[in-house]
Design a protein around this ligand. Structure first.
Ligand code: 5AD
Ligand code: SF4
Length: 433
């Protein structure tokens, strides 16, 4: 009988892809089979996130839960970003953990499961050309890593301490991954990196000079590929060449993530974001002008140390000016090893909560208007996920989530859908024949 693997993934798309890669290694090389029942698992993996404090707390409570429920002799491995930055402290806080495997070290998973108290959390470990075995949760959502790590060192962010310095993955490796995904049935690929539009800054070996726009154009020539998405670009690197490539290349989905973080230039400076409020607004409006159908999503942090009421108002003002189609908003969370953690003027929790509530209610108002305006429009939808009650969900080119009645035969298909009903986060429609 094959051994069973249970894996829990917290955090971002990068972590989802890392989990797929660990599954691939364990199923093809070590004879494991994935289970959704932790009680029958021989190996339990938690792929952790450390970007905010909450998921770190969650890790230790989850480990406690697993210890109660796991079958005798089952091993527990802690992987990912929290494994990177807490390292051997995880063994101290949770002695029953069998191994610790940091983000960027996951190619060592087969070694980790065989070595007592194995730990590997070197944040600059280079596995960019490791030949991982193949596995995807769904071929219709094919993530392809193009970069690892981050050089930006934003003052609030722990990622440079969990995923190390920025390295671009060689073009040929990326193109091969894209071709493989397409030959397995994907029409869309999702490129991943912390700062994708800084692609090409540093490779681990000799590589011809190229930037993200060049990479996008080359990928778009892959036969059979219809759509390219990517996350996350950085507003600082949104030069004209990049915006024009985005606008002109029909295979690039017209959905741009532009993480604002704050609408106040002085807070952006304290955050070390490298751009001003004016630069951000200029880039977003230029994008709206070049591609009126594009949707723009953003990340916003409220209550960064020193944020005054006026600074916060400036963030709300950018929201009113740009009218983002999607917002991910967070209260500032103090992270170890980051400069912001020791800054004066940390904002009290009650003020942070009030600001988040205010920001989210403004966003809901804007979003309700944007959603309502989609009624009767027709979008080409790429279907990627079966839902309950004989419904199926997909995304328009500009990233609206659209649900229709339908089943499996629509998976992976690109179909015109007319919007017949709208809600704040989901559009419902009918297939046009
Ligand atoms: N506190 C709150 N939010 C954070 N993010 C990153 N670090 C922190 C932090 N310390 C948010 C940023 C980033 C997103 C992935 O998470 O908005 O873009
Ligand atoms: Fe992803 Fe950042 Fe969380 Fe790591 S810390 S899983 S890179 S969001």
């Amino acid at each position: 009988m094959s051994k069973k693997l249970y894996i829990e993934t917290l955090g971002c798309a990068m972590n989802v892809r890392d989990s797929e890669r660990m599954i691939a290694e364990l199923t093809t090389k070590e004879g494991y089979e994935v289970t959704t029942d932790k009680k029958e698992a021989d190996l339990i993996l938690i792929n952790t996130c450390s970007v905010r404090e909450k998921p770190v707390h969650k890790l230790f409570s989850e480990v406690g839960g697993f210890l109660k429920e796991k079958k005798e002799g089952a091993k527990i491995g802690v992987c990912g970003c929290t494994a990177s930055h807490l390292g051997s402290e995880i063994f101290k806080r949770a002695p029953q953990v069998d191994f610790v495997l940091g983000a960027r070290n996951i190619s060592r998973i087969t070694e980790a499961i065989k070595t007592p108290k194995f730990i590997s959390n070197d944040i600059n470990y280079d596995e960019s050309d490791f030949a991982f075995a193949d596995f995807r949760n769904s071929i219709y959502k094919s993530y392809v890593n193009i970069m690892i790590g981050c050089d930006k060192h934003c003052a609030y962010c722990i990622v440079p301490h969990t995923r190390g310095d920025e390295l671009s993955i060689p073009k040929n490796i990326i193109l091969n991954e894209v071709k493989k995904a397409v030959s397995n049935g994907a029409s869309e690929v999702f490129l991943l990196g912390q700062n994708v539009n800084n692609y090409g800054k540093r490779f681990s070996s000799n590589h011809s000079k190229m930037d993200f726009s060049d990479l996008l154009n080359e990928i778009s020539e892959v036969d059979g590929l219809e759509r390219i998405r990517f996350t996350s670009p950085h507003p600082l690197h949104m030069d004209d060449k990049f915006l024009e490539t985005f606008a002109k290349n029909p295979k690039i989905c017209k959905s741009m993530h532009m993480p604002l973080q704050s609408g106040s230039t002085s807070i952006l400076k304290a955050m070390k974001r490298g751009y001003t409020r004016e630069w951000f607004i200029n880039r977003a409006l230029k994008l709206r002008e070049l591609v009126p159908s594009a949707s723009i999503s953003t990340d916003i942090i409220v209550a960064f140390p020193g944020e005054s009421d006026e600074d916060f108002e400036l963030t709300l003002d950018v929201m009113r000016k740009i009218r983002f189609e999607q917002i991910f908003s967070f209260k500032y969370s103090k992270r170890p090893l980051t400069p912001a953690a020791t800054m004066p003027n940390q904002i009290p929790e009650n003020i942070a909560s009030a600001r988040l509530t205010k920001l989210q209610s403004l966003y809901n108002e804007i979003l309700d208007e944007i959603s309502a305006a989609q009624l009767n429009k027709t979008y080409k939808v790429y279907f990627e996920e079966l839902r309950e009650n004989q419904t199926i969900a997909g995304r328009s080119d500009n990233n609206f989530l659209i649900v229709v009645n339908g089943s499996e035969e629509l998976l992976g298909k690109m179909v015109d859908v007319k919007i017949t009903k709208t809600s704040r986060t989901t559009l419902y429609g009918e297939i046009q024949s």
